[in-house]
Design a protein around this ligand. Structure first.
Ligand SMILES: [Zn+2]
Length: 277
């Protein structure tokens, strides 16, 4: 058993960029500025077509992962408190529902909403509780098993539904995650692939970071030969407002190890996922 909040996760975040960044020729500074550009375009770039969209997403996820890792390395407190420190995550003990409800009332007032009606009477409290729920990750134990049979093919959970909150607009983005790994010495309980996605969804997020967090967690917890994560998300901030591109899907991917470096394994992963690489 590997505790979710154990050393594996934090040590993953503290590792220098070795796989995702190792082959990138750019300097750390160039990578960081690339990630800023990626972050700036993240909420407006959708999927133009499967192939083009995925290539875009690949570049953006790679850049975002390097940027996120650099930010995490700077922002993380000592390991003992790492569970409360990943970006966007809110420790439940710090949620003040009364203050949150008051703030929602203020927001409604500021927006000129007439709160007199019966229907709105409990809305501030309901909104506060809803956000508290959406920002509280469920801890879990990552049950792993020895890979006694030496299984060395991809293990993939496809179309895991997820919903998260975009940190730029506090609006939901929802979709499906495809999470796979090439086992090393340990196998992960299958339901845990979905639980990892849910866990990292329950906080303020951007899709790129959610994708890389799932990949890095699997890498740290299992030390597999490779990891592949693809997310397909529809963002309410893109479909309901702004560009109003309803139905557009944003693809992001994070590939680690053999799934990233070996062409055949990568192609097999994407064909199982149902995407053309
Ligand atoms: Zn947004």
């Amino acid at each position: 058993m590997t505790s979710f909040y154990g050393a594996d996760e934090s040590s993953t975040y503290h590792q220098p960029p070795r796989r995702l960044g190792a082959q990138h020729p750019a300097s750390p500074e160039a990578q960081l500025s690339a990630s800023h550009e990626a972050a700036a375009s993240a909420s407006t770039v959708g999927q133009a077509g499967p192939r083009h969209g995925l290539q875009l997403a690949n570049e953006r996820a790679g850049a975002a992962s390097r940027g996120a890792r650099a930010r995490l390395a700077n922002a993380l407190p000592p390991r003992s408190t790492v569970d409360a420190a990943t970006p966007g995550e809110v420790p439940h003990t710090e949620i003040d529902l009364t203050a949150a409800a008051r703030a929602v009332s203020d927001l409604l007032d500021a927006l000129g909403v007439d709160r007199e009606g019966e229907g709105l009477a409990d809305t501030p409290g309901r909104v506060a509780r809803a956000y508290a729920e959406l920002l509280t990750p469920e801890p879990f134990e990552a049950t792993t098993f020895p890979n006694d049979e030496g299984y060395d093919e991809l293990v993939l959970a496809r179309s895991i539904p997820f919903s998260s909150l975009c940190e730029h607009h506090l609006l939901p983005f929802t979709g499906v995650a495809h999470v796979g790994y090439l086992p090393g010495e340990r196998l992960l309980g299958l339901s845990k692939l979905a639980r990892v996605v849910t866990h990292f969804s329950r906080r303020l997020q951007v899709q790129e970071r959610l994708t890389t967090q799932v990949a890095h967690w699997l890498e740290g917890a299992l030390h597999p030969k490779g990891v592949g994560v693809v997310l397909e998300g529809e963002h309410a901030c893109m479909s309901l407002r702004g560009i109003r591109a309803a139905g557009s899907v944003t693809l992001t991917s994070a590939l680690v190890g053999i799934v990233r470096d070996d062409e055949r394994t990568r192609a097999e992963f994407f064909s199982l996922v149902g995407c053309r690489p």
